[in-house]
Write a protein that binds this ligand. Structure first.
Ligand code: C2O
Ligand code: CU
Ligand code: CU
Length: 500
């Protein structure tokens, strides 16, 4: 059988519909007696303020930069009045803004961060993707900050820390989805050798949120928690309908964060040239020409946009990430709204005098390719949904267990190289996230991944498996891996790893 494209596989996997037959994959809609599921067309009607209803220039969060190798800052988590999509609402914010400030640092820097908790409930913070120690007062997700307290964190970045865009968000098990969905997140940029001198650099933190009639962040129902809550408002940097302006020929570098609790993004910017430089902390040796960029919750993309005259709309298309079962189906009660609903995110208006050409791209050094190396261990981890989950619902498990912070599920030897096969026996996709050690994506649903591709959140499509290779060098300690549909993490789809 012909190998399927990755896109094809993800669509197949997302429906929970790929069936292994004779070692190959067959569309379940091709099997007798099964309904045909339509794949969403590439263009969808706008769901958000269209190009004509602009809400002004797209704003970006305040930038806090390190100097002399140190970034010292305080982040205060509190409930704040805000205006979102034209309504007066109350959200949770860091330092009063949604998203919180952007931290800009360099490899070798130290970040001294005080988190003040004015939420009225426990919280803590996690620096998603940063390759820093998970112990002590570094990126330790096992510590908590009681209501009214504060905690001093300190992160030491290695001199060889990968450049890229990372982010921070709360990680208090049981409340991650609720606190993040309400507005607690911000970006971290680790600078590195410039691949190109862009005309402009932009940060786009994409997130979704929903409010009740009183202007409070909407609580999730039991079904929404099982599916992974989604908001009907999809924002860029806390804004809907923002406008970005450029001149023809401008070469812009966009760093995009998917800070949604559960929503998968399928981003398009039709009419413009897009090149993907890398995902998460990884980079490709040469930029990939793309038309669409898929970001699971937690993923980031580093993109070059070559501006062409005209107005383009940055939008996200529907993505079918599966549902509660085959009966649910795409768009049914047992499937999330994003299976059938996209959103317009921002306008990109390109006009005026053509910009002078920018300098050519500098080639990036090749990344270590773990496919060429001998593994010292192999493991299989199973992501499952099953009965007996309490609340009269499903249990979301990792290796048949619910999260227990007092248990170590996976012991790894420091400096080892391991191949992990992530098996998803459920009818929903699960984006798998490992803290601290980046994963090289090797294979998704039987399809090998080329070129060398490092991520900290990898796709594990419904009813399929994913293979990654990991180098457990540089740092040791105890931390977690989990589904980055944060409701699933809160429901227990998380395990503890100790590297020593
Ligand atoms: Cu972005 Cu453990 O999380
Ligand atoms: Cu993380
Ligand atoms: Cu999940």
């Amino acid at each position: 059988m012909e190998p399927l494209s990755r896109r094809g596989v993800l669509i197949l996997g997302a429906t929970g519909a790929a069936v292994a037959v004779g070692g190959g994959l067959v569309l379940w809609s091709q099997l007798p007696g099964t309904p045909v599921t339509p794949v969403p067309p590439p263009s969808e009607p706008p769901e958000q303020p269209p190009a004509s209803e602009s809400n002004g220039t797209l704003r970006e969060p305040e930038i806090l930069s390190s100097s002399g190798g140190l970034l010292e800052l305080t982040l205060t988590a509190a409930m704040t009045d805000d205006t979102i999509a034209g309504a007066t609402v109350r959200a949770l914010t860091y330092n009063g803004t949604l998203p919180g400030p952007t931290l800009r640092v360099r490899p070798g820097d130290r970040i001294a961060l005080t988190v003040r908790n004015e939420l009225g409930t426990e919280t803590n913070i996690h620096t998603h993707g940063l390759v820093v120690s998970p112990e002590g007062n570094s990126d330790n997700v096992f510590v908590m900050i009681e209501a009214g307290d504060s905690l001093d964190y300190e992160y030491q970045l290695g001199d060889d820390h990968p450049p890229g865009v990372f982010w921070y968000h709360p990680h208090h098990h049981g409340h991650v989805a609720e606190q993040l969905f309400a507005g607690l997140y911000g970006a971290i940029i680790v600078e590195g050798d410039p691949v190109v001198e862009p005309s402009r650099e932009r940060l786009l933190v994409i997130s979704d949120i929903a409010f009740d009639a009183a202007g409070n962040v909407a609580a999730a129902s039991q079904m929404e928690r099982m599916l992974g809550r989604e908001g009907d408002i999809v924002m860029v940097n806390g804004q809907t309908g923002g406008t970005m302006s450029a001149q023809p020929g401008d070469l812009e570098r966009w760093r995009i964060v998917n800070a949604c609790s559960s929503r998968y993004l399928r981003l398009r910017l039709d009419g413009q040239k897009l090149q993907l430089l890398g995902m998460d902390s990884g980079h490709y040796e040469a930029p990939l020409d793309v038309q669409e960029v898929e970001l699971m919750p937690g993923n980031r993309a580093d993109i070059l946009v070559t501006a062409t005259a005209g107005t383009s709309v940055l939008r996200t298309l529907p993505f079918d990430r599966g549902g509660m079962g085959r009966g649910g189906g795409m768009g049914g009660a047992g499937a999330p709204a994003s299976a059938t609903t996209g959103a317009n995110l921002a306008d990109f208006v390109v006009s005026g005098t053509p910009a002078s050409p920018t300098a050519p791209m500098v080639a990036l050094p090749p990344q270590r390719d773990l496919r060429l190396e001998t593994m010292s261990g192999v493991r299989t981890l199973t992501l499952a949904m099953g009965g007996g989950g309490g609340m009269g619902g499903m249990a979301f498990t990792l290796d048949g267990k619910l999260f227990d912070e007092g248990r170590i599920d996976t012991e790894v030897s420091y400096d080892s190289l391991e191949e992990w096969t992530l098996v998803n026996t459920s009818t929903m996709d699960h984006p798998f996230h490992l803290h601290v050690w980046p994963m090289q994506l090797i294979e998704v649903a039987g399809v090998p991944v080329t070129p060398t591709d490092y991520r900290d959140v990898v796709p594990v499509p419904a009813g399929a498996s994913t293979t990654v290779r990991i180098s457990f060098s540089g740092l040791s300690g105890k931390t977690v891996y989990h589904c980055h549909i944060l409701d699933h993490e809160d429901l227990g789809m998380m395990g503890v790893i100790n590297t020593s």
